[in-house]
Ligand binder design. Structure first.
Ligand code: BG6
Length: 299
């Protein structure tokens, strides 16, 4: 594994430096006039985004483990090549392997408006038997907005299908007092009711219990209206046909070892993804790029 010292020598940029984190992990710290941010090479996991003059935009659990064999709880877990449990192997890790493996730094670029880090994962030995023959590139840009661009390239001889998610945890003042707008008139699968299909008719909705929904066939941007923090968070996206909305509520939260019992009140996930019926099929030589952009606006 490359050390933070080697990475600092190779990639020099005013607004970004690498440092050692607990348990042998390495992270990039971004500190510029526009924003502060943090990315772990473990799982290519973004754990912080805070535009100048704003409260932190991403939620990170105080109980999160930071260990090579565990996903980080909060921030933006990157889910690939499957989402949720793997259908044909219940013992496979939830949400795929991308959030559990060590990523390499491809490049770092800083200019007056943003600092970008590009990570890649192209293993010579597969981390899981059914891992597709692919190259992954993930460009993360910290400026006034957070921009994520996840690219999957098929470098094998066979087509493959995959699911992907930028499983973004947002920090909110009180989840019971937010409204989510952008998913009106949209069908969804309700994971709390055995994937039963339903339709969200209202333009905006609140969260009043455990929520775990896959909104289908939607490329729409979503807005979180946060009356307690007095701010709006806008999540816009490209090439993503599904949006997952998740809050575990109290009972599930209490059962999660890496999540505080009361932390469900302070977060909501709005996930930019292609999952379930909207998985992506990729032909040899082709590539698929999904992007998400997060803006925060004070009211
Ligand atoms: C959400 C899923 O995206 O992630 C939920 O829809 C799941 O069903 C949640 O519980 C958290 O998953 P994990 O593996 O990070 O605990």
């Amino acid at each position: 594994m490359t050390t933070s010292h080697e990475l600092n020598a190779r990639f020099s940029c005013d607004g970004l430096r690498f440092e050692d984190a607990p348990n042998g992990l390495v992270r990039a710290l971004i500190e510029t006039p526009q924003a502060q941010g943090e990315v772990y090479l473990h799982g290519a996991h973004i754990t912080r985004f805070q535009p100048a003059g704003h409260a932190p935009v991403l939620f990170l659990s105080e109980k999160s483990q930071f260990a090579p064999d565990k996903p980080i709880r909060g921030g933006v877990p990157l889910c690939f090549p499957w989402f949720g449990p793997r259908a044909d192997d219940q013992s496979a890790p939830m949400h795929g392997l991308a959030r559990l493996v060590e990523w390499e730094v491809e490049s770092v670029n800083c200019d007056e408006t943003a600092t970008q880090i590009v990570l890649r994962y192209a293993p010579t030995t597969k981390p899981y038997p059914a891992w597709p023959t692919c190259q992954l590139r993930y460009a993360i840009s910290f400026g006034a907005a957070l921009q994520m661009r996840f690219e999957v390239k098929n470098v094998g001889e066979k087509a493959f299908a995959f699911e992907e998610a930028l499983h973004t945890y947002f920090q909110v003042g009180d989840v019971r007092q937010i409204e989510i707008e952008g998913l009106g008139e949209t069908r969804f699968l309700d994971k709390t009711r055995n994937l039963q299909e339903d339709t969200q008719f209202h333009r905006a909705f609140g969260i009043s219990g455990e929520t775990d929904r896959i909104y289908l066939d939607t490329q729409a941007a979503c807005t979180i209206h946060d009356a307690v923090y007095n701010r709006k968070i806008l999540v816009s996206k490209e090439n993503s046909a599904t949006t997952v909305v998740w809050n575990p509520w109290s009972a599930k939260a209490a059962a999660m070892p890496d999540f505080g019992d009361d932390e469900w009140q302070k977060m909501v996930c709005i996930e930019t993804c292609n999952v379930n019926k909207c998985e992506v099929e990729l032909q040899p030589g082709d590539k698929h790029v999904m992007t998400a952009k997060i803006d925060s606006e004070r009211l």
